[in-house]
Design a protein around this ligand. Sequence first.
Ligand code: ACO
Length: 323
Amino acid sequence: MIRSVVRGSGAALPRRIMKNADFEGMVETSDEWIVQRTGIRQRHVAADDETTASLGEAAARAALDSAGLTPADIDLIVLATSTPNNTFPATAVEIQNRLGMHHGFAFDMQAVCSGFVYAVATADLYIRGGLAKRVLVIGSETFSRILDWSDRSTCVLFGDGAGALVLEAGEGVGGVADRGVLAASLRSDGVHKDKLFVDGGPSTTGTVGHLRMEGREVFKHAVGMITDVIEATFAQAGITADDLDWFVPHQANKRIIDASAKKLGIAEQKVVVTVDLHGNTSAASVPLALSVAVADGRIKKGDLVLLEAMGGGFTWGAVLVRW
Ligand code: ACO
């Protein structure tokens, strides 16, 4: 059977690093509060010349380099983002053009922080359905552009960045020993739409708007939803937490990550945590975390890796990959 195998990975971050202490003169907060409640120590913030498209392009080029491929080898780009350069055309198409790619096709996918997990699951279907052989899956965000910088309950939590994977059609026998995407579970429930949203848009206010969040409400639902969808993914693949080599969760809050891993029985040393370095970069958080763990040699060919995310909507999901 056809499997979507990871051939390369890469990432890109804005030049400017903003430490927790840098907020202390802007809003009433402290490094101690932010670290204790979230685990975040710093985040990257995009300059005017750094956009979702430019960061996405840089991450895509890094992933192509690591795969030993060029844009000519790619036939689909799926970009997960909630902060596109423009309402349209899709930022994926802009990245396609920046890469000098004038063949194939590209589109954006919007599932907020779950965007990358949705995008990997979608790319896998295009590959297994025979519509694409090699897909660039990118998560790129500039959440700094939609933050209300006077709201301490949200502005300290988010950051900018991008990460990418190259997925390639490969052969498998249909078991969990195959390399590639092995299982995926996706969920959404719009009843929670007012708990985490942007208060503007083309069809309502005609403005871009700012991120609004009832943090405590999001927190309350997060662990249950995350663990539920992961258990469904384990059941689909016929594995248990003990079979995993690495757990790469969405990087929103260290306490949510710890509580989810504990509830699932995933050992602490198998959990990849980068929220301290990047903050919550929404759809970029999972591929950024992946790129760190690949670069430092933790994630290796043949490892069983679980990706998970939860975000606005709510949307949530998990993907199991044999690297
Ligand atoms: N500095 C200091 N105090 C603050 C700050 C801050 N930056 N932000 C809020 N506070 C205050 C609040 O005003 C509140 O004060 P009060 O008691 O006088 O009203 C107090 O701290 C406690 O606020 P809580 O909201 O109860 O704090 P909590 O422990 O829940 O932590 C947090 C807040 C970090 C937002 C947490 O709720 C959280 O992480 N929620 C999940 C958010 C999340 O993960 N979102 C992303 C998932 S989806 C996606 O990624 C888009």
